[in-house]
Design a protein around this ligand. Sequence first.
Ligand code: CP3
Length: 356
Amino acid sequence: MVCSMEFPALKNDRLLRAARGEAVDRVPVWVMRQAGRYLPEFRELRQKHDFFTICRTPELAAEITLQPVRRFDLDAAIIFSDILVVPQALGMVVEMRAGVGPMLPAPLVEPGDLGRLVTPVDVRAQLGYVARAITLVRHRLEGRVPLVGFSGAPWTLMAYMVEGGGSKTQSRAKAWLYRHPEASARLLGLLTDVVVDYLVMQAEAGAQLLQVFESNAEYLGPDTFREFALPCIRQVSERVRAGLAQRGLPPVPMTIFAKGAHYALQELAGSGYEVVGLDWTVDPGVARAAVGPGVTLQGNLDPCALYAPVESVRERGAALVRSFGRQRYIANLGHGMYPDMDPASVQALVEGVHGA
Ligand code: CP3
């Protein structure tokens, strides 16, 4: 295992420049779930190994992280892992079921179940494999593009831990917010502590930008988001910055992607992140007006637009740049790739953005 922290010099820093609001020669583009089942080389490796075994084996996680970067002219790599490694670190069992998605067979049913969580979490002991994968990828990338680290945001993690998996309504997790507001705040606080340590560890290991996924924001409304999710999102950015400074480490730009939080764009822009990610339901002009000139926007092509013929995908890539502008913008999808998508569509999107 390579463990030197002297990394190869970065040759393409468009993503980081755009995140910091600096001028770029071309708009950077990457794609959520760019490493995944739509790639035949991913499916081949995945047939041989269980999902979380891949996450826990730096050699395998590194290989999958690099797969899309080898194929396409992307401007970022994202470490192969999953947001649900955090509930695992808290002692919960998480399984990845083919065709179903994540399953937590013993979810948190009532506040007393918080006693089952193993706290405090020593992230280096429990999640050190993610740090080792990040360091390995930084070497293997040879400075081609920056490496993005990530975590789920506390509310999204709580929702999985209470629901026991995906849900159309999130009614069990939301019931906690209304029925057990204090226990919910306790759980969210405990998750915030872990997420902060986890992200600091990732930056220390070599992650050059940190993205926080609040994928379940869409189930909340302005009031519940403001009361439960947003304070954690704020704390994560503030405490990660403080944690890096305390260790004498350079700051890294941070992105908040709160899917479905069109009702909170202004607050998200003021929550301490350089980049605000957008899902495809938000109009670029409306988003820019809401967030102001001081943050970078990321997004937001409807993932299903990738089902169009490649010429059309290329044109939509160029159209993103026309709508969002060339500065303070990172092109991406409004959510992730689906397994039945054609890899050629990613190439077309990249060409469309870069050619604009
Ligand atoms: O390429 C990348 O984006 C990096 C890897 C990555 C995965 N999951 C791999 C994965 C990232 C960044 C995630 C984040 C993640 N995981 C989120 C936040 C982003 C989002 O999608 O909103 C969430 C909510 C999860 C939880 C999760 N993991 C779900 C809901 C699923 C099932 C989705 C599905 O399409 O079946 C997963 C599984 C998962 N995570 C897969 C991959 C490649 C597919 C599982 C498999 O190979 O069997």
